[in-house]
Design a protein around this ligand. Structure first.
Ligand code: CAA
Ligand code: NAP
Length: 246
């Protein structure tokens, strides 16, 4: 059987890189999405290649529907249909609600939530027609529990959970699973951008006493992408060091 193809949005970021690597280790042909003309892309590809990881690049701003359509058409023409989609691209624009600008709301909702529609819409019908597929949406512990200073981000990440359950119901009979992962605080640039004293106070509340590792999220993605995960759909997988029990 030909190798299955996986697409990871925001695939060159902290979690994205670990997810690409875990899927590559699991035997998938992996394409990493990044913004158009992303300068470090070539270096990222070369560094991974030197470490035994052969990745393809799929450029598009995932907040732009037409760009996603063009990206998926180009990718599928080159590699064949996408069997596994990881909707991972995301940003933060934190601030207390009373100080939050409309632009902060719009940027986070379009990048973190509209993007999930934009990319999934290109790929899910083909998965259902072929009778196999995996969609994995990266939500957040803060979409599950809410977070001071993150009305925009928590709304987008909670929206992903409703989207996940709805789409899961629509394709359950077609061999396609749709699940969400809700990571806690993982040691990537996104978390390192929080002011140190605020970050330290958050880490102090995590029962396991540390930030999560990107590889811990990658391993969960590899499981969800596997044949053996065929009975899990519409789920929210909480992986947060005990920060929030659901
Ligand atoms: N609960 C209650 N009060 C809080 C609070 C909290 N969690 N956090 C801050 N406050 C209080 C402060 O004590 C302060 O009170 P005083 O005015 O009485 O001193 C007041 O709110 C203002 O706090 P700041 O000085 O921090 O305000 P700021 O405007 O400089 O910054 C903020 C606001 C940007 C939201 C900052 O608090 C912050 O960065 N918070 C962390 C938000 C966060 O968790 N982001 C996660 C990013 S990573 C990510 O999103 C990945 C993921 O999915 C997990
Ligand atoms: P990261 O290192 O900043 O990675 C995010 C990636 O998304 C970057 O590669 C970024 O590209 C890309 N991206 C942003 N906007 C995009 C767009 N419009 N089109 C295409 N790509 C875009 O952060 P991360 O921690 O790996 O986060 C990955 C995902 O996990 C996000 O959805 C985040 O919300 C979620 N998450 C993270 C944590 C955590 O603690 N780290 C916890 C829960 C959930 P550029 O670098 O070029 O902007």
């Amino acid at each position: 059987m030909a190798k299955r193809v996986a697409l990871v949005t925001g695939g060159m970021g902290g979690l994205g890189t670990a997810i690409c690597r875990a899927l590559h280790d699991a035997g998938f042909v992996v394409a990493a999405n990044c913004l158009p003309n992303f300068a470090p892309a070539a270096e990222w590809v070369a560094k991974n290649k030197a470490e035994g990881y052969e990745f393809h690049v799929a450029e598009a701003d995932v907040s732009d529907y037409d760009a996603c359509k063009a990206m998926v058409a180009k990718l599928e023409a080159a590699l064949g249909p996408v069997d596994v989609l990881v909707n991972n691209a995301g940003i933060t624009r934190d601030g207390m609600f009373r100080k939050m600008e409309k632009s902060q709301w719009d940027a986070v909702l379009s990048t973190n939530l509209d993007s999930v529609f934009n990319v999934t819409h290109q790929i899910l019908p083909g998965m259902a027609e072929r009778g196999w597929g995996r969609v994995i949406n990266i939500s957040s512990v803060n979409g599950v529990k809410g977070q001071f200073g993150q009305a925009n981000y928590a709304a987008a990440k909670a929206g992903i959970l409703g989207f996940t359950k709805s789409i899961a119901a629509e394709v359950a009979k077609k061999g396609v699973t749709v699940n969400a992962i809700a990571p806690g605080y993982i040691g990537t640039d996104m978390v390192m951008a929080i002011k140190q004293e605020v970050r330290d106070s958050i880490i102090a509340t995590i029962p396991v006493g540390r930030l999560g590792k990107p590889e811990e999220i990658g391993a969960l993605c590899a499981y969800l992408a596997s044949d053996l995960a065929g009975y899990m759909t519409g789920a929210t997988l909480n992986i947060n060091g005990g920060l929030h029990f659901c």
